[in-house]
Design a protein around this ligand. Structure first.
Ligand SMILES: C[S@@+](CC[C@H](N)C(=O)[O-])C[C@H]1O[C@@H](n2cnc3c(N)ncnc32)[C@H](O)[C@@H]1O
Length: 299
């Protein structure tokens, strides 16, 4: 068994036995994302083996409930469906990594590439169309922006507005990203230049809660909400952005399933996103509710 990943399989099993299945899935999934597509099958078999061994140990210790959880999870993971989703993500990640190298992008973090399969599906209706207007709150080093320029905003008449303080967010210091924050804006500019489409990008430096008030109503096809994760900020971002979006426009909220601050709802996007979904339930079509939440404005 690969020693590097063994730790994660057991860490996930520990979370599972403590009743946190979502955390267990997150731990296993992030470990799987580290491996190559060709290795997924073997790694999955390892995880299933760990779950089966733990189930036997649990039975021997008289922990029937724990044993059952592990057996059920082993069965679920063994089914090829899970593998397919994961393989799809890994497949796109490999292609995307190669693409970034070819382009010469300089990204220090990757909070984006796991979204590519679903973004490919949801944004298909826009790909290559002329005169698209997109807006992004929270651009960081430009990963999502560059992907959109390379894959969706490929007609030169289409544009994206990128709003960012380029000061980072409260969580970045504790994530050890202090040094990256210092160079954020210049790295963003560099990456945008590498797309060859810098003239399609309008950068607005400052707080989204200020800039969003100054943008024209009913003019955007797509809105990516990935700035501050503090619930009150996300709430302002979505309410201010709502009127900017055209009918049938798409909103994507990042980090709905974020692992941090789950015990402090006001520090997490979920509280704002859930409130928005509840209040606007007759005016949106929910396309996806997973780590990201994706909705279409139906009005
Ligand atoms: C998670 S990062 C965005 C990641 C990016 N979308 C990507 O594809 O890699 C969050 C960004 O939001 C910015 N930010 C945080 N609070 C903000 C606010 N109130 N207004 C504008 N930008 C903000 C931070 O500077 C940071 O660059």
């Amino acid at each position: 068994m690969s020693e590097g990943l063994r730790f994660y399989w057991y860490q996930g099993v520990d979370a599972l036995l403590k009743g946190d299945e979502a955390l267990a899935q997150d731990i296993w999934m992030s470990a799987m994302l580290e491996c190559r597509v060709d290795d997924v099958q073997e790694r999955t078999a390892e995880l299933v083996e760990v779950l089966e061994d733990t189930a036997i140990e649990s039975l021997q210790a008289g922990n029937w409930a724990g044993a059952r959880k592990c057996y059920e999870m082993a069965l679920e993971i063994d089914q090829s469906f899970e593998n397919l989703i994961l393989k799809k993500i890994l497949f796109w990640q490999e292609i995307y990594t190669q693409h970034c190298e070819n382009r010469g992008y300089e990204f220090k973090t990757d909070w984006f590439s796991g979204n590519i399969p679903i973004w490919n599906q949801v944004l298909k209706k826009f790909m290559g169309s002329p005169n698209l207007s997109f807006v992004e709150v929270g651009s960081w080093q430009g990963r999502a922006t560059c992907w959109l320029l390379d894959n969706v905003l490929t007609d030169s008449s289409s544009t994206i507005i990128c709003i960012d303080t380029f000061q980072g967010s409260v969580e970045h210091e504790s994530m050890g990203l202090g040094e990256d924050v210092k160079s954020l804006e210049s790295v963003f500019d560099y990456n945008i230049q590498r797309t060859g489409r810098a003239d399609q990008v309008k950068k607005l430096v400052g707080f989204s809660q200020d800039w969003l008030r100054q943008l024209p109503l009913n003019s955007f096809d797509f809105y990516y909400v990935d700035g501050s994760h503090i619930a009150s900020d996300v709430m302002e971002d979505v309410v201010l952005g709502w009127g900017l979006l055209k009918e049938e426009g798409i909103i994507i909220f990042d980090d709905y399933g974020w692992g941090a601050y789950q015990d402090q709802p006001t520090m997490h996007p979920k509280l704002a996103v859930d409130s928005f979904l509840e209040v606007f339930k007759d005016r949106v079509r929910v396309i996806c509710k997973s780590y990201q939440v994706i909705v279409e404005k139906v009005v």
